[in-house]
Structures are given as structure tokens and as C-alpha cells.
Design a protein around this ligand. Structure first.
Ligand code: 0L1
Ligand code: MG
Length: 267
């Protein structure tokens, strides 16, 4: 599939308004490629960039980025073979063990991820695992709450990217560690829902090493003429499959070496 921009500026704004409406008012929409079958990944990123521009113009602050669809489990679950990125704002952040409302989301699901906080600018192309580790201030465990806005989870890569990689909320917690003090490749994680283990995995599930996912994210940013500034909060991608949640559910992700992070769901 070509990765040229096929959408006009008018189409980009129209699709962005459609996605923004679905995100703000929590309703499902058909995947964007139903109307624009020729839509490419570049078109998806153009819609995402317009969404970011609009949110920032409304006063939201850019906090960082997320790599998505980075694990084999996730790629298989979603039927795609390429990772993606999305932006994170201050409005999406929730404190550790807080109550997160499900009524303002469509299909909320949780993922356990390793988050990186950077202390140096990272620039692609050609960003490496070592570049990421050198630029990392600390890592910490995080739960990402994703929320695909597409009806019946029927989507493809351009649509998911336009929907900001299903980004909805995120929670950081546990124990922050220097990247050199832990083996980021072999960290085990157990995800519990209502006291029962529902998923488990090891951080190598994220492209072999979570820092590789951040390097790839930096290269995707470079394709869009952007860099990753120092002080960014970056999530490296779900280690296990995403688990659906509903009001009344309580979720804890227990990470080896990094402690645990939890979140509760209310109507
Ligand atoms: O964080 C992610 O892995 C992005 C997932 C995008 C697709 C979905 O909603 O599951
Ligand atoms: Mg994720």
C-alpha cells in the first residue's frame, strides 16, 4: 500500500472533526476507510496531527507520546503488522488508584506498559535503543486505558492512527527506576482484574525491548518533521493483550522491579 497523502486539507479537517466528536462525546463511528477506502497511514497521521493541533489550541498540554500495536499479541489481536504512535496530553492523565469514568469512553480496555521519562531531546531518523537509554531519566510502570472509537472494533491502521492510536487515559505509578538499574527486556508483569490474574507477560513482548519501541516512535516523529523533547512521558506499548473493563472493575498491574500501578472504574 502506498503511503502518500491522498486526503485534501478539507477531508483531513472533516475526518478530524468526526474523530474529535466521537472522542469528546464517547460515541462509536464507522472506521474512516469505509468512506475513504484509499486512505493511507500518512493520511491517518495527517488527521492525528490536526487533532493534536486542535486540542493544543483548546489549552490541552502535550505531555508525551505512546507507541501502540507494538507486541505480537497486540498485532495478532488487531490483525495488523506495523506499530503506530499517538500523542498524550495532560487531560488524559489520571492519578494512581483513581476512579476513572467509563461513561465518557466507548470501549475502554487496559494495557500494562513501561513508561519512559526523557531528559534529553531524541531525534530520528536512525534512533537506536542505546540513544533512548542514554536520553532516559527514569522508567516507571503505567496502565494505558485505550478506547477505540470505531464501531465493533472494526478498524484498520489508517483509521486507528487518525483516532490517535485509541489513546484515552493513562496512569503512571509504582517505583521509578534508572534504566541502567533494571533489565528492561526481561521485566515480568501480571495484570489483575478484581483480584484475578487476567494476563501476564514479559517486557520483551514489546518489539524485543521496550526502548526499541521508543526508538521507532522517534523515527516516526522524524518522518513528520518532529522530535521528542526532553521531559517527555512516553509509553512503550502494551506487554499483554488489552483487557476490557466496566464500571465496578478494579485493575492492578504488578511489575517485577517497578512495583505496581492500579486504577478503578466507575460509571
Ligand atoms: O496502545 C495500543 O496498542 C494502540 C491500540 C490501538 C488499537 C486498539 O484500540 O486496540
Ligand atoms: Mg498501549
Amino acid at each position: 500500500m502506498s503511503n502518500e497523502l491522498t486526503l485534501s486539507r478539507e477531508d483531513i479537517v472533516r475526518l478530524c472533526e468526526r474523530v474529535e466528536g466521537a472522542q469528546r462525546r464517547a460515541y462509536a463511528i464507522p472506521k474512516l476507510t469505509d468512506e475513504y477506502p484509499a486512505m493511507t497511514v500518512a493520511d491517518g497521521y495527517a488527521v492525528q496531527a490536526e487533532l493534536r493541533r486542535r486540542y493544543l489550541a483548546q489549552g490541552h498540554k502535550l505531555v508525551g507520546w505512546k507507541a501502540g500495536l507494538t507486541s505480537k499479541a497486540k498485532m495478532q489481536q488487531m490483525g495488523v503488522n506495523v506499530p503506530s504512535i499517538g500523542f498524550l496530553t495532560d487531560r488524559m492523565a489520571r492519578p494512581e488508584n483513581s476512579a476513572v469514568k467509563t461513561s465518557d469512553m466507548v470501549h475502554p480496555r487496559v494495557e500494562c506498559e513501561v513508561a519512559f521519562v526523557t531528559r534529553k531531546t531524541l531525534k530520528g531518523p536512525g534512533c537506536t535503543r542505546q540513544d533512548v537509554l542514554d536520553a532516559t531519566d527514569y522508567v516507571l510502570p503505567a496502565i494505558e486505558i485505550i478506547d477505540s472509537r470505531f464501531s465493533g472494533f472494526k478498524f484498520d491502521l489508517p483509521s486507528v492512527i487518525a483516532d490517535n492510536g485509541s489513546s484515552a487515559r493513562y496512569v503512571g505509578g509504582g517505583r521509578a527506576r534508572y534504566p541502567g538499574d533494571v533489565d528492561l527486556r526481561t521485566l515480568g508483569v501480571v495484570l489483575e482484574k478484581n483480584g484475578e490474574m487476567v494476563a501476564m507477560g514479559a517486557s520483551a513482548a514489546v518489539l524485543g525491548h521496550p526502548a526499541d519501541a521508543i526508538a521507532l516512535l522517534v523515527d516516526i516523529l522524524a518522518e513528520q518533521g518532529e522530535e521528542l523533547p526532553a521531559g517527555s512521558f512516553v509509553m512503550s506499548g502494551g506487554i499483554t493483550e488489552a483487557i476490557a473493563v466496566k464500571p465496578g472493575d478494579s485493575v492492578v498491574a504488578r511489575f517485577q522491579e517497578l512495583g505496581s500501578v492500579s486504577v478503578r472504574f466507575v460509571e
